[in-house]
Design a protein around this ligand. Sequence first.
Ligand code: HEM
Length: 459
Amino acid sequence: MLTPLNLKEKFMQKPSEFEASRNCSHFTSASFLSKAGKRTPVLQRVSTVGQESGSADTSRDVHGWVMKLFTDEGNLDWVFNNTPVFFIRDPIKFPSMNRSHKRNPQTHPPTLTCFHVGNPEGIHQLMILFTDRSTPESVRHMNAYSGHTYKFTKADGSFNYAKIHLKTRQGIRNFSCEEAIKVSVWGQTDFENYCMIQDMFEAIEREDYPKWDVFVQLMSPDEAEGYEWNIFDMTKVGHTKTFLCKKSISFGSSKFTFLGLTEQPQNYFSDIEQAAFSPSTMVPGFAASADPVLQARLFAYPDAARYRLGVDYQQLPTNSAKSEVYCPFQRDGLMRFDGNYGGDPNYVSSSLQPTKFYQDVKGLSAAQLSPHTDHEKRAGKVLAYTSEITDKVFVQPRALWEVIGREPVHQNRLIDNLVSTVKDVKYPELRKAVYDLFSRVDKELGSKLQKRTAEAIKA
Ligand code: HEM
């Protein structure tokens, strides 16, 4: 039995294919995007966060979305979520944030309300969590987002900041809270996980292959300088309607590829459970930005994989690159089965066995492969250890409140979903703090939440 995934403990997946719809060399030197029609095998896994292994995957939750692209220049992992924002912008809070969604060490039910009242910078993500968007009907009917700003780089040393959005061609479909509970109750369906894993499995079996269009939103470093939101702050959506509407800025969103899922895993354990993903698994042409949360993630995932799967997890067939990768310093370890680099020296740049690095082969400099700007250094520095709460924090959640108001009774459902959690909060002063927090998003939201929670407690 493997140690379960450390943070996301429920998963579904498919190995399949990623196809570049067009040549993208005007914004990246990444080889897998260099030609229209170029195909790259991909392994995908979708997960929930708060639930234990074996729980219903229809539980209200943020859903993780990872893809391992086996490119001809090594592996690229995209470790995304089905929401475009996140709960925190200071990575030091991550273990607390994550634990608050798990079982309380004494009483068992999670006490996330308490964490989020103390850390209101995540109100945007919290609101999404309590909308229907957090009970998707199926993997086939959800979108995925990089959330973080990444960089697409070019061999001439230039780059653009980038956010990636995967949009389902099957259309978004969500359950209401009641529907999600109903389908996850034993006995009501064949098996509690019917809805998401089985739905996808059956669609692929009947050759109704699900597809996603992949969009990239690009922003030049100069544009990032003057942008109204800090692009390294993942509690905000950047690059959305507001930004696109600014005609004076040459910024655009364009579809550049699509993902088509056509295959099933042959064995869940070897193909899926043994898979390990990390935002630090990257290929030339794609790079991390200064977002401090992303920077922390670059180290966290390989640590988790070594703990969960062992030091040679990258040798496992489901993880190993399909193109040649030479890392003779990564050797030994339990159950090494690939020859262990034979008699090669255990370092690179040996004078007896000279190593050619990627930049030597391609005739590039390190600066070309890893461009930085002053803006990035400044913004990255300013952002760390910052949990500042200003009125700006509530601007985008308020916009979300208005957007869901366009769907019949979705605002009401959001309130009901909140009530079902807040009514169980033991301390009146904490409940009051929740009403105050949501009143900062919208006064009516706060007052309705207060009224209905009081009624639910009395009932
Ligand atoms: C400081 C912030 C974060 C840290 C330290 C962190 C760390 C981790 C760790 C250690 C795992 C378990 C990996 C394993 O057991 O193999 C994990 C899983 C995951 N995280 Fe994060 N995470 C952070 C933020 C995020 C954000 C912002 C996103 C999405 C944009 C995200 C998406 C995921 C996904 C999708 C998984 C499941 C991965 C899989 O299926 O292999 N995480 N995270």
